[in-house]
Ligand binder design. Sequence first.
Ligand code: GLC
Length: 536
Amino acid sequence: MPADTWWKNGIVYQIYPRSFQDSNGDGIGDLDGIRARLDYLVALGIDAVWISPIYPSPMADFGYDIADFCGIDPRFGTLDGFDALVSDAHSRGLKVILDFVPNHTSDQHPWFVQSRSARNDPRRDWYLWRDPAPDGGPPNNWISNFGGPAWRFDPTTGQYYAHSFLKEQPDLNWRNPEVRAAMYEVLRFWLRRGVDGFRVDVLSQIIKDAQFRDNPANPDFVEGQDPFHRWLMLYNTDLPEVQEIVLEMRRVVDAFSDASASRVLIGELYLPLPRLVAYYGQSANGILEGVQLPFNFQLIGAEWQAAHIGQLVRDYEAALPAGAQPNWVLGNHDRSRIASRVGPEMARLAAMLLLTLRGTPTLYYGDEIGMTDVLIPADEVQDPFEKNKPGMGLGRDPERTPMPWSAAPHAGFTTGTPWLRLADDWRTRNVEAQSRDAGSMLALYQRLIALRRAQPALHQGDHEALQAGDDVLAYARNSGGQRLVVLLNFGTTSAPISPALIPRKPTVLASTDPARADVVDGPMVLAPYEGVVISM
Ligand code: GLC
């Protein structure tokens, strides 16, 4: 694909490295494991892999607590192994996107070890240190995303440090120019090794109020809700200064883009629509200078209903700045899996939605075989989110279980003991079994991905909303003279489609129903939960 179009026309696939493929029998997935599965990804048809953190880490938050931004954790492999992975991926036409975690480091990172050692240490100001409140308590009311105050008292120097997540994840001070310079060097380190872009972790939170003011109370807070929502995050999220940093990051990354390879920034942003689209940045000479893809997570929280999703798509399309590339996400390592949220039949419809909407789709590993959340018994819980706030349904282990590859022991994931249990159905729901079944979820994903790649209307066409009845989400994708119509029946009953919309005997390019014939004999009627792509 031409240089600047891979992240526009292509498909991103998220790998949670601990759970993708183990190569050395320690029960934890690794880089050589990913390398061994590249041909699977090529056959699936995706264009880029985003790999969650693989850097040296005490694993308090499974790699999102980083002790060295420029290394590889021995559990995952070595730098040489990483280079080999990039080279093998590139030789197959696959791009490699790394996770960049700028908000915090591990408390074991040498920067923090120095910073906490003395008030006058040169790295003191690399983190957010504050005196206790007059009563000795935390400096303000900010709450950690993982529960409890976002501040930890450090007796050595008698001050508190800020941590938006675990106490093992102290927040960096992005107001300090030395921190910025050091973190931009981290980007350059990986860009020089050939990575094609970064998914930027909790981008909206990286800079905090310079005066550390208390957050105001959330008037909509209901007792019993996650206490995290008790305050509005006015002074520690989405401050105007974040945009400055985004612009700087973009310049660093752009310096490595050339005619043969364009590098991309993807922002992790859970924000309301108007705030989200601001992360595309301002336009300079017709080019938006923010992150190219501010992750659009709206489908993750959506009510799974045609009218609601139709509205959400229209609102998103209308909110996008000129020249912005839309994108869609169905799931990730932090949220319940799509097949569990909507059920197995609807998950097929969701696959068609994701792969036919206008915008770059991101797939979460295992969703292509319909993996579901796995119930993890209390004594096997790994995720600190669940350990800190037990019983609130916040734990993320269920959506992080090992990929089932085959009916071999431990589903071919490992020869050892998997770090997290496999789903009960791994003997039947696995890649090998689904590869042999034309009606499987995997076959559907493969067909839809191939169709998206083959049809310009799907990978680069415009989006036109259509009306087709209450339970049917309908839209056209147009490019040049080509017009494809997508019809998705969210209803539990069959849905006849008006001949004014779809003439008799239409050609069906894809259906979620494997038994559907290519040419319909008569008027179009959708089966319950059926989705189709029709060539006009
Ligand atoms: C992001 C990651 C999540 C992690 C958190 C802290 O939200 O997706 O997994 O726990 O940041 O780094």
